[in-house]
Design a protein around this ligand. Sequence first.
Ligand code: PCD
Ligand SMILES: [Cu+]
Length: 808
Amino acid sequence: MKDEVTREERVDALGGMGCKRKRVEDARFTQGKGNYVDDLKLDGMLFGDFVRSPYAHARVKSVDSSAAMEVPGVLAVLTAADLEPLGLHWMPTLAGDKMMVLADGKVLYQGQEVAFVVATDRYAAADGIESVEVEYEELPVLVDPFEALQSDVVLREDLLGADGGTPDGAHGPRNHPNHIFTWEAGDKDATEQVIGAADVVAEEMVYYHRTHPCPLETCGCVASMDKVNGKLTLWGTFQAPHAIRTVVSLISGIEEHNIRVISPDIGGGFGNKVGAYPGYVCSVVASIVTGKPVKWIEDRMDNLMTTAFARDYWMQGKIAATKEGKITGLWCHTTADHGGFDACADPTKFPAGFMNICTGSYDIPTAYLAVDGVYTNKAPGGVAYRCSFRVTEAAYFIERMIEVLAIELGMDAAELRRINFIKAEQFPYQSALGWEYDSGDYHTAWGKAMAAVGYDDLRAEQAQRVADFKAGKTRKLLGIGLCHFTEIVGAGPVKNCDILGLGMFDSCEIRIHPTGSAIARLGTISQGQGHATTFAQILATEIGLPADSITIEEGDTDTAPYGLGTYGSRSTPVAGAATAMAGRKIRAKAQMIAAYLLEVHDGDVEFDVDRFVVKGAPERFKTMKEIAFASYNQAIPGLEPGLEAVSYYDPPNMTYPFGAYVCVMEIDVDTGEHEIRQFYALDDCGTRINPMIIEGQVHGGLTEALAIAMGQEIAYDEMGNVKTATLMDFFLPTAVETPHYTTDHTVTPSPHHPIGAKGVGESPNVGGVPAFSNAVHDAFRAFGLRQSHMPHDHWRIWKIANELGLHG
Ligand code: PCD
Ligand SMILES: [Cu+]
């Protein structure tokens, strides 16, 4: 038996950063031991459910609940009239608008909440819903945002001025009753001048359709008002539990210390669970009214029809370049369809999110962006859905514009990208639309991707395929979908990012126990990302205790430090940084304890993996475990007992992960079917905490990108009926449709993040959608296709082929 383990073995024993540590949460998830909100069963718990509007736009003339109250098991029916005296019939949205909790005189979208039926169980509630009689008077429906801006049908009468005019909204002047805001970035005049004088200009309308995050677990909550102690406990599927507590306190008047919000295990969030829904408010009121805990859990149709959608951006673009292909200017006007209420989840100062990252990975000297938000008769929302704050929209826009410009120039699209990339030596890079990119090395990533897929050979094969097709030898085309994206994640610096006035910092609090194990609590909340695994790895490396002896806890506002939650891939950039910083505070105190125990000066010991060693005398050391114990059992002059630290971290900048993706797709011209032959994804998220979790994140994000690009859509008919409200119609890929992904990486650390890490969870969706869509477009490039709208389902692909005259 050897008496000394090697340094390498000590590093391995920690399970710290960079290792493929197995996900500690999976033991319970794979054995049915997860604890989701619907698993919660409390004594006397009631169930609440909604009467929903069948119409997309109608006046609500009356709501009669008398028959419903006769239904066995039904205990209460709440309407707007009941909530009005409490001031709870409307609630603020995260975007500075307000929305109805229950229909107040009218409804603005199909499925809107009209009344809340509270009963002994879900079945009785359903019977009660059937018996509520609502009298509607149908109104003209607006589903097209361009038409909405012309129409004299007023959707939001509550926002009309006394004179019938349109007073300013939360984001400035409005020029039409159905107009929400205009948001601009960049230099309009300079951009128009550049475009006017350019050798080549490509112009296109790029539409990113309406879709929905559709997490496996729908939204829900349990509200329990303890009237004796005046305490309200709210369990729910919240991606931002602290923010929810503050909002509930502000709108209900219950003091914040009397509210406890708990996010238990969450079955996927993807942006869907960031905002506040009428179900939360109604459950709280119902619990106060009945004195019983009240549960509300959506079914799949409720979730798809009424909770936060994503995208629905019409992006009109112009891109200018020299004959040689050097891009000189970019112009974009976006019409953003927000539905009946502006309930987007974006930082307050960014009503169109970070859409102004739409210059992408390219060094574009002049640019201009304007976004018009519009009300229509569709569900509210506008959440990220795996793309922090409109970044997928921006990336899709620029990556389509590049392809269209390549067609205009008669150039290879990979080469066009390469000659326009921001160069490694230009970082930190100031973009024309206002961002400072922290770090990047696009040429290296791109070169690696091109080599890995054998780009030149692919193009040669494609040319041969086109020749064969024209010669009648094949009916299949080959598409090579390229994408180089730049993400912007980690909102964000408090100076420019807040939600409802709450600065977007995040936090971590660590307690080391006497035996050298620990608990760390964070302001974020995992919904499947594996935070319990990865945050322990950051700490293991920072404080030298094994990851296996560190518990990570999130989601309980009574115990966790305040934080803004998990979305926008902000946990690693913000809470991950707080974790490292709190760890360093622990280490600083541990150093003083070690020095005392070793009877040397503080400066004479140094940290080494899991211990402090006397400099130059490696045999004299104290392990972190010994130090932890000493902090509790020795009186150390000048130091408080115990070993704890907390950090609230306000990042100096966001982080800018990036990636190079290539999708090789075979397309059957006669059936419109596609087959993904190869998908190569290179991601650079700076320092990698857990390569296995990153790979899982990339697989998941790419599969959601496949879904969106190739079939997923929230579609409406002209009456405002949702045509895709079930999983029969709303495409969710299974193992059958999901291709094999090849993942790869480069590492360009963030210069301002304490451990150099950037976010990654959203990247594969941001970069994946353009890669899939570009592959479809590229397959038909030789036959004259410029632009066609997603989702590229079989029927739409067949139609492209048909319109190009390829069916003979
Ligand atoms: N460098 C690095 C980065 C990262 N990482 C890892 O990875 C993950 C992720 O991260 P991030 O990126 O930071 O993120 P977060 O914040 O955490 O999360 C969030 C995201 O996440 C994603 N992913 C996921 N997964 C799952 N499973 N589930 C879910 O739900 C989800 N979601 C999605 C989304 S959509 Mo939004 O909300 O739309 O805004 S945003 C989002 C974690 O675990 C971490 O730790 C690592 O490792 N490294
Ligand atoms: Cu987004």
